[in-house]
Design a protein around this ligand. Sequence first.
Ligand SMILES: *[C@@H]1O[C@H](CO)[C@@H](O)[C@H](O)[C@H]1NC(C)=O
Ligand SMILES: *[C@@H]1O[C@H](CO)[C@@H](O)[C@H](O)[C@H]1NC(C)=O
Length: 482
Amino acid sequence: MLLECFIFILITFLMRGVQCEVTEVFAEKGSLAVLPCKYSPTSSVSPAIFWVKANKGTVWMKQKSGVQLWGSSWLQKGFQRVRCPHTQFEKGDYSLQIISVTEEDGGVYSCRVDDGGIHAETMVLLRIITVSISPLVVMSGRDVSVTCTVTPGFNEVTAAQWFLNDSQFPRKTEIISPGETFKSLVKEKASARLTGKWTCVVGYRGKEGRASATLSVSGILQPPSDDTKVYAAVGSAATLPCVFSSGMIPSSPLWEKLQPGSLNKASPSRLPSSFSSSSLSSQLPWDKSAGLREVDFKDEGRYRCSGTVQGQRLVRNLQLVVAKIESSVLSKKKASVTLTCQLSDTSKVTEYEWVRVTYDLNGTQVFGSIHKGKTLSISQLSEESWGTWACRFSGKEGILGNITYHVPMMSGFSGQKSSGFSKNTAAVVGLSFLLLVLLLILAQMYKNHRRKQNIFQYPALEAIIHTISNEQEERERNRVKK
Ligand SMILES: *[C@@H]1O[C@H](CO)[C@@H](O)[C@H](O)[C@H]1NC(C)=O
Ligand SMILES: *[C@@H]1O[C@H](CO)[C@@H](O)[C@H](O)[C@H]1NC(C)=O
């Protein structure tokens, strides 16, 4: 900064009729910087323009004749990094454009317009702002630093504001300022919640500079954090997610069930019998999700998925919360049943709802009216109770899951018919009754037949004894039968 001031004073001293004002300009590294220079011409003669950088000499100039010249360092392989669009000259705008600015471009520039003896000077201080992330490949759980750099720095204490995905990042940041360059640092332990666009905003003397960079964390992407809960209903299948970053294939992946009450003690032998960690053929090699074919209430608890990537063991814990419905008969006479929705962990549950599910002709689910509360009392005699009931549980972020219970249709044999007994059911019941009667008759007929057989056995035997013409063997056989 000292050097800049010195040069500024020097230039100011050397010039006659100068305008002593420095315009602040911020430009993000790699972008197009526009350095303003405005001058209202006093004559119709096209003026000579000189753009000079404090320690680099001529950047660009245009003589009165219209000949343009570039400073050697601004010409790279025949490509001009700076330009001054002549289409704007008529309006008195001699702004300089620098394409794809680098940190070295930061500094003091001056624009001098020579209009027949009158000199007008504009000073521009170009500051390059950039956000960088270190290391380049961020591994989950490791240190990561996001740095905002402004070159040249400020000679007053200035702070940077940080935004992650456009919402302010409230973390205290370390600021290294003043100095040759201004630096603001965010140091964090890398996790999925830090992924996204990091924007640094620096305000100085009414001007604002901003720069962004995208941070992506490698590691276990799903579930995103250790406190993730997976909800499953007893008897249903469940998936325990464990997805590593795309292309990152972990070695020796492992699933364990943690002992209740302990944070880290694992006992792989306790994995449920329907547990399957063998990756499906459809699964990508970095997807190590496991599944339970049929969830049991005792399968609830904490599970741990781990795998080694680049020599580092990555671990993610998740909790399986199991839901079940308990039914209790309140009074036998009225066939009144109370259904209770039970979860192995209710810490995230704020609301329970019961909804009757029916199916239309197309087989799509149709939800009936909603009953709020953890328990539901229904009468099994009422047609409105028959069918499938679902208990839906929700948390602050919405529906967490549901579990269904089937209320069987009460048969007509109970002798109690509800008012809403439909014709169809009556027909079915009648038919069943008829069938039963038929069966009873058949059974009776069979019994009679058997009895008759037994009666005839004896006269037949007598006949054999009395008839001498019958063979002896036959007689014996009959005796054996008897
Ligand atoms: C069944 O599906 C057809 C066509 O998809 C639709 O037009 C009809 O309304 C549906 N019926 C019911 C009861 O939803
Ligand atoms: C229960 O969950 C399943 C699967 O998410 C869903 O298809 C179904 O509609 C849900 N039922 C109710 C009553 O919300």
